[in-house]
Write a protein that binds this ligand. Structure first.
Ligand code: DC
Length: 232
């Protein structure tokens, strides 16, 4: 079984996908972490994330490995064997990831890796193009979203909890820049698949979103999540 969760940054995709995977006994795969790992790799080599030619030239020597903690199911991202799961979570890397994700060759490489990791497993995968490109035949597709103000606030609180005291305004402007970067790129832009179910998380807790999706997946819901963009 393949479940695709797409949507913009700060919509709650990874929180929801992680909880849902645990509940369904599936493997959670965070594809944004892979774009972040490429961004970290090139930054360490002094290459600008927007310098497509230079990034492409490095691709063959960037080795990304994804594994999962056996007890918590937490995803571990390794770059050339080094655990970089924490280093890829900074604001600078968020922006770099969005930049490298515009490069076609980077996307082709990572989509291949994503399909390989998912082969023979039940997975919940989150990203921007999972329902449209990676698994167009996914069993279930969700598009999680929320208003920019709510998403920026979540990002602000998440960074704060990690000791990064970025201003709310900076979180909002970075998020809007990433939205336009991710939605405006020519190759595999962020867009909801035609058959995706919309989940608006503005006024939902992660638990509520997970409950609604769980009911939808297991067909236990008397009130299915509506796919016409209506809030739950
Ligand atoms: O989900 P995230 O914020 O960790 O993703 C970081 C960036 O990676 C995001 O701005 C766009 C890019 N990305 C992508 O283009 N396709 C994906 N499937 C996942 C992430």
């Amino acid at each position: 079984m393949k479940i695709a969760i797409d949507g913009p940054g700060g919509a709650g995709k990874s929180t929801v996908a992680k909880l849902l995977a645990k509940r369904l006994g599936m493997t959670y795969i965070d594809t944004g972490a892979m774009y972040r790992a490429v961004a970290l790799a090139v930054a360490r080599r002094g290459i600008g994330a927007g310098d497509a030619e230079a990034v492409i030239a490095e691709l063959d020597s960037i080795h990304i490995d994804i594994s999962h903690e056996s007890d918590t199911g937490e995803q571990i991202v390794r770059l050339g064997g080094e655990d970089v799961s924490a280093q890829i979570r900074t604001q600078a890397i968020s922006i770099g990831a969005s930049d490298v994700s515009k490069i076609r060759e980077v996307r082709l490489r990572l989509v291949e890796l994503q399909r390989e990791i998912a082969r023979g497993r039940d997975v919940i995968m989150d990203g921007r193009d999972i329902g449209t490109v990676v698994f167009p035949d996914a069993d279930k597709k969700y598009f999680l979203t929320a208003s920019p103000g709510v998403r920026a606030r979540r990002r602000y609180l998440e960074l704060r909890s990690k000791g990064d005291f970025a201003a709310y305004e900076t979180c909002l402007s970075d998020l809007l820049a990433r939205d336009s970067n991710d939605s405006g790129r020519a190759f595999a832009p962020l867009v909801a698949a035609d058959d995706a179910v919309f989940v608006w998380t503005d006024r939902m807790t992660a638990r509520e979103a997970v409950d609604a999706m769980y009911m939808d997946i297991t067909d236990k819901g008397s009130e299915p999540i509506r796919s016409n963009g209506a809030a739950l």
